[in-house]
Ligand binder design. Structure first.
Ligand SMILES: Cc1cc2nc3c(=O)[nH]c(=O)nc-3n(C[C@H](O)[C@H](O)[C@H](O)COP(=O)(O)O)c2cc1C
Length: 142
């Protein structure tokens, strides 16, 4: 049985490229073996990640990464059983939201700012879908 989990968190320290790179390296190394695919968005001090895969695999990974001290204030935005993957093309795709056209952000928000802690999970997931459709996701290890 497949599930999709979407969460947001705050980076514990400055979101320097090496921090993001090390997270993506770990994802690339571990996720294929776990049958997990997904996408990691980052901007300012915020992460948004969607994880798809078997329920046990997704829950076990989530329980582990909640304790990762590179981020804090981890908030589940949506969790659902799914019939098929939407982010199956990546062991972990990556999007630097600072490079995304503000008009895309305006589609789902009152202002061209992304605040997943205030927005509905459904709106944030719809935005991630649009990023995939706009081919703004950088492939990492798939
Ligand atoms: C925002 C964020 C997202 C992460 N995503 C993943 C992931 O998709 N897969 C993964 O294996 N580890 C991920 N990690 C890292 C895990 O918390 C943990 O450090 C890692 O799985 C340990 O792997 P290792 O034992 O191979 O070093 C993430 C960490 C953070 C802070």
């Amino acid at each position: 049985m497949l599930v999709r989990l979407l969460y947001a968190s705050r980076a514990a320290g400055p979101l320097a490229p090496p921090v993001v790179e090390s997270i993506l390296d770990q994802s690339r190394r571990n996720n294929p073996r776990l049958g997990i695919s997904g996408m990691l968005c980052y901007f300012d001090d915020t992460f948004i990640q969607v994880l798809e895969g078997g329920r046990d695999a997704v829950c076990d990974l989530f329980n582990a990464l909640v304790r990762d001290d590179r981020h804090k204030a981890v908030r589940i935005l949506t969790f659902e059983e799914i019939g098929e993957r939407r982010f199956g093309g990546w062991t972990m795709g990556a999007v630097n939201m600072a490079k995304v056209n503000p008009s895309l952000l305006l589609k789902y928000s009152e202002k061209p700012l992304l605040n997943p802690f205030a927005a509905s999970g459904r709106a944030t997931l719809a935005l991630l879908d649009d990023l995939v459709a706009a081919a703004l996701v950088v492939s990492q290890g798939s």
